[in-house]
Design a protein around this ligand. Structure first.
Ligand code: AQP
Length: 341
């Protein structure tokens, strides 16, 4: 049982406010993929957020804020299904089946767990360790065929394929779950921390100065880019010249992502320019692109009822696709199911 129109599923965790990394690596691309060529399903993955502690009231707010970010950036609920994960219980149910399919050795290879758990691996939640199998459920519950993600999620989509393949094989359910493809495209699939070019820009990074938040004011954006770590050299004549300059490369990639050109084109425009010229140009560009989105997010956040309504209706539509696929997975697994619904 596979879908005919290619179907996209992707999500963003409400584990804090949205960053420029979430926007360029994920949400902007989700918007670009809306249209007749794909069925698009986008989720606020709140079950993933609680793999680390979230204050309950802040989780509700962050869930609405991520939804507002999607909507303000251009996700259209009449073209895409937009919902929050916990309102469709099939995600958690399929994840349990997958916990029993995935192998501990597979989870042990997940680099994101190692990064996030660090030296504290014994103290983190079991959910953080098992989260890739919930992510596999998120995708496969819709028989999604394509998963647009940032570079950091590539390994988890590959694991999703392993889980799909083992389930199909173990239960002799050939082709029941499709093999989803990660789509990792564009110049900004891994936006780096503004203070350390070896680390990804994250919502939950230690210092606010290391990231651009989607809700930052124009002044804050300008200040953060001005203080962003760079090196003393001007921008080179070719992209090759940025090879060992991760912070410089990051700012060029951000510029490319925001202006929808290639990094080569950015270099062609700014070859030989110093940071005194490039950083203000980057800040102006970011303010021009993000300003209207953050204004619309603020407007939506004042209308919580509207956000909740959109997420609720999206959850109904998502559930209508997910439940029959979950039912089928239960049947394939051999569960006795005699309740009348
Ligand atoms: N820095 C980034 N560059 C490019 N893409 C990124 N994404 C996240 N950070 C970057 C992409 O955004 C989507 C949603 O990610 P997520 O919020 O579900 O999880 P995450 O990758 O763990 O995000 P954060 O911001 O780092 O959150 P915290 O700090 O709470 O863990 C994904 O497609 C991701 O690739």
């Amino acid at each position: 049982m596979t879908t005919h129109t290619p179907r996209i599923f992707s999500g963003v965790k409400p584990s804090g406010g949205l960053t420029l990394g979430n926007y360029l690596g994920a949400i902007k691309r989700f918007v670009d993929m809306q249209g007749p060529q794909f069925e698009t399903i986008y989720c606020v993955v709140d079950l993933h957020a609680i793999t680390v502690w979230q204050d309950p009231a802040e989780l509700t707010d962050a869930t609405r804020e991520v939804a507002a970010g999607y909507l303000a950036a251009g996700i259209d609920p009449s073209q895409s299904i937009l919902f929050n994960q916990s309102q469709v219980s099939a995600h958690a149910e399929l994840a349990w089946l997958f916990n029993c399919v995935a192998r501990v050795g597979w989870m042990n290879r997940m680099t994101q767990f190692k990064d996030k758990a660090g030296k504290n691996a014994e103290k983190v939640s079991l959910g953080l360790y098992a989260y890739p199998s919930l992510m596999a459920a998120d995708i496969l519950l819709y028989h999604a065929t394509h998963v647009p993600v940032g570079e950091d999620q590539k390994q988890h989509v590959e694991l999703t394929r392993d889980i799909a393949s083992k389930f199909n094989h173990d239960f002799k359910a050939e082709d029941f779950f499709p093999m989803p493809e990660p789509i990792i495209e564009g110049p900004a699939t891994r936006v780096m921390n503004l203070r350390d070019g070896s680390k990804k820009m994250s919502k939950s990074g230690e210092s606010d100065m290391e990231r651009i938040n989607m809700t930052d004011t124009a002044d804050t954006i300008a200040k953060k880019f001005k203080k962003a770590k760079t090196d003393p050299e001007p921008l080179p004549e070719t992209l090759d010249g940025l090879k060992d300059r991760p912070e410089a490369r990051n700012l060029v990639d951000i510029y490319a992502g925001l202006s929808e050109v290639t990094p080569e084109q950015v270099i062609a425009e700014f070859a030989g320019a110093g940071w005194g010229k490039f950083k203000p140009a980057l800040a102006d560009l970011a303010v021009a692109k993000l300003g209207p989105i953050s204004e619309e997010m603020a407007r939506l956040m004042n209308d919580k009822g509207e956000i909740d309504r959109i997420l609720g209706e999206g959850a109904d539509k998502a559930d209508a696709i997910a439940q029959p696929i979950l039912d089928r997975a239960y049947d394939i697994t051999g569960f006795l199911r005699s309740r009348k619904r």
